[in-house]
Design a protein around this ligand. Structure first.
Ligand code: 5AD
Ligand code: SF4
Length: 443
């Protein structure tokens, strides 16, 4: 007997990978549960967690604390924690949080229906990591959805000394290219326009497959699918960025001229201690080649300040590299020691106050570089994919350039989901202001 579906609320922390995983959780549970955006009416409340820095972990603990009241008012509510913190903590989390019913790890997504049933009867933990991943069920695309995240691989084999990912997400595992293509085709058939391919290190995609494929081959195959306007991917490791992929930036119109290429540090000494396996010279050479192939390429990066042993000189090398590479955007973080990682036990941990001061300086420099990049765009007419109404001023629309900058402009709501031409009028620190010029013909 099938009654009305129960309600599922998912709170997602962390990266795009987690956003994609949360979609998979909803899909795995779709037979019994329908998503709600009102946490107070949920029958099942899942928290998808991130363990990359201590701060991300603290956010989860504070939310769990706040949910104690909800669980008290509604004892029949099933409260579950999944993702990287769940994987890392397992049983400990269940012990520490008495009102928690379920802890499931990063490989537990497809076992969720069974795990939730069990958690309704007894408190349950499942943090098994398997060497492979089951192929997910076919996606269900939302009406009007024009952008999709498509996970192409799981896990990471790199063991950067600061990073918890290989421990909580396990070894690299790639999906078959045919399955990925099928997913993208079904999205395009449903009206999709922009696809972002996701993996911890997409550049090593395909190595472990029975018939190995390179990431560049996958990109070529997908970029030619009719209807695909924009193809993006994240995240790339500089040590694995191939000549073949660089060449693809000059050849495939659908491949957006934007690349997120985390450098982490500009000091060779620190890069070696991080086990990144490239030098600043090699990184800058990659940037030069990319710009040769695609002069309008926009680059973004991740930076860590205050890694153990980082001196003022090392840090200044990072600032100099930021200027040389001319990053349009960067995400910068204070080094945060993570359980199990090698760097957590390195000597010469940098004092908190020094990390804070360096972070401030990195962010001030990035603000300058970003604003300069935004100013260069003023006066140009650019293609924008309209994503929705602007958050700050709902009478405005909001979209992104192919180079990933956010543009706000006035226009009718019927433009949402479409490609339009916008003249860039004003440069702001975090966005651009534009004027709608004309609608692009649908290609
Ligand atoms: N401390 C600070 N930042 C970190 N990152 C990963 N691990 C840590 C850590 N222990 C950053 C890196 C990575 C991004 C996703 O998070 O810059 O590229
Ligand atoms: Fe972490 Fe390095 Fe793997 Fe990226 S490549 S997920 S930073 S270990």
């Amino acid at each position: 007997m099938t009654g009305p579906k129960k309600k599922l609320y998912i709170k997602t922390f962390g990266c795009q990978m987690n956003v994609a995983d949360s979609e998979q959780m909803a899909l795995a549970l779709a037979e019994d549960y329908v998503l709600t955006d009102r946490p107070e009416e949920a029958d099942l409340f899942l928290i998808n967690t991130c363990a990359i820095r201590r701060k991300s972990e603290e956010k989860v603990r504070s939310l769990l604390g706040r949910l104690k009241g909800l669980k008290k008012r509604r004892p029949e509510l099933i409260l579950g924690v999944g993702g990287c913190v769940a994987q890392q903590e397992g049983e400990r989390l269940l012990k520490a949080v008495p009102h928690l019913d379920l802890v499931f790890g990063t490989h537990g997504i497809y076992r969720l229906p069974e795990l939730v049933r069990r958690a309704g009867k007894e408190r349950t933990v499942d943090i098994e990591l398997s060497p492979s991943f089951p192929e997910p069920p076919p996606r269900q695309w939302q009406q009007g959805q024009v952008q999709a995240l498509v996970t192409i691989m799981q896990g990471c084999n790199n063991f950067c000394t600061f990073c918890v990912v290989p421990y909580v997400r396990g070894r690299e595992y790639s999906r078959e290219p045919e399955d990925i293509e099928e997913e993208v085709r079904s999205f395009l058939a449903a009206g999709g326009r922009e696809v972002t391919l996701l993996g911890q290190n997409v550049n090593s995609y395909g190595r472990g497959l029975a018939k190995p494929v390179t990431f560049a081959e996958l990109v070529r195959r997908l970029a030619r699918l009719p209807g695909l306007e924009r193809l993006r991917f994240a995240t790339s490791h500089p040590k694995d960025l191939s000549q073949e992929l660089i060449a693809a930036f000059g050849e495939l119109p659908a491949l957006c001229e934007h690349l997120h290429l985390p450098v982490q540090s500009g000091s060779n000494r620190i890069l070696a201690a991080m086990n990144r396996r490239y030098t600043r010279e090699r990184y800058l050479k990659l940037v030069a080649r990319l710009r040769q192939v695609r002069p309008d390429l926009s680059l973004s990066t991740d930076l860590i300040v205050g890694f153990p042993g980082e001196t003022e000189q090392d840090f200044e090398d990072t600032l100099e590299l930021m200027r040389e590479a001319a990053f349009d955007q960067s995400f910068s973080f204070k080094y945060s020691p993570r359980p199990q990682t090698r760097a957590a036990s390195f000597p010469d941990q940098v004092p908190e106050a020094v990390k804070a001061e360096r972070l401030h300086r990195v962010q001030a420099l990035q603000a300058e570089l970003t604003l300069a990049a935004h100013r260069r765009l003023v006066g140009q007419v650019k293609e924008v994919l309209v994503e929705g109404r602007s958050k700050r001023s709902p009478e405005q629309l909001c979209g992104r350039l192919r180079t990933n900058q956010v543009v706000n402009f006035a226009g009718p709501p019927t433009l949402v989901g479409r490609l339009v031409m916008v003249e860039i009028m004003e440069a702001h620190p975090h966005s651009l202001k534009g004027r709608w010029v004309e609608e692009l013909p649908v290609r």
